[in-house]
Design a protein around this ligand. Sequence first.
Ligand code: SF4
Length: 347
Amino acid sequence: MKKILLGLSDDELKLIAAEAGEKGYRGKQVADLVYRHGCKEVAAMSNLPAKFRSWLGQDYEVGRSQIVKTRRGKDMTFKVLLSPAFGDLIESVGMAYEDRFSCCVSTQVGCAIGCSFCATGAGGFKRNLAAGEIIDQVLTVGEVAVREKMLPPDGRVSHVVFMGMGEPLMNYDATLTAVKLLNSELNIGMRNITVSTIGYVPGIYRLAAEHLQLTLAISLHASEDALRRRLVPGMSRYSLKDLIEAGRHYFKETGRRVTFEYCLLMGVNDSQSEVARLAALLKGINCHVNLIPLNPVEGKNYKPPRADQAAEFRRVLEAADIPVTQREQRGAGIEAACGQLRRMQRQ
Ligand code: SF4
């Protein structure tokens, strides 16, 4: 199997050029072609000398995915089912807003955590994605957005959220490499990148030590450990106290306010006592809470909260001086919303 160019830095590409007996700037040219000009095949790199092109093509390919299916929603959202460079199927989502275009990427094929309300977890874990396979999703979603006229011809993805299939911090090296390359090669501001974790505590400490300016989102989904263990069985070794302490540490190390995510499930975690406990847990922490009304998943018994319950939940947190937003439900109609992604071809 050939190695893939996507996921390699400028410096690594320069070393490859040197190995082929070429000047370093040829490596930079390759980076321009794969990251900024959407070049999909080594054979199409016509501005490289033929000798270098043929040398490169023997061991390397660009590493772009095949689009298996695109499904467009009514709310300026689409989902793409992709076959990535090393095989299998993954999903990525594009979302157009007035002031930005956001891409939600997957970091694993499937997921090992098995959250009880999530479609991805229900399918189990298959493999980690390579950094290049993560970057490819951003390039592909950008290209589809232009084709769908959701971005102008010279438009680009401005924000990336690591909230698709899988737990990014359990595929740490590829996630970190992808984050750095999205910033350096695709020019996506570090503050426009969000990594969302279900609460893998060692990964949070490791990420804090990188001192990056990205946004970290930690999913809580409960305010007491027994319920969290039931909803998020794959992370039961970490308590809510561990998670909140890790969030505090992240803020101390990076100066970036942590987002705590809370998926509201009717009659499960949306009660008065639940929100009172959550407010007490988060009191005095420099954080922000993002409430996510459940996106229903076929075969699961959970329901989204009533609008008045969600509003009351929010009111209690705000009364405790905790900044809160409620996530706009995007993509639910095409099963592209949070927790709804899976390797599904039937749409
Ligand atoms: S919610 Fe996230 S961590 Fe949980 S099973 Fe789904 S993809 Fe995995």
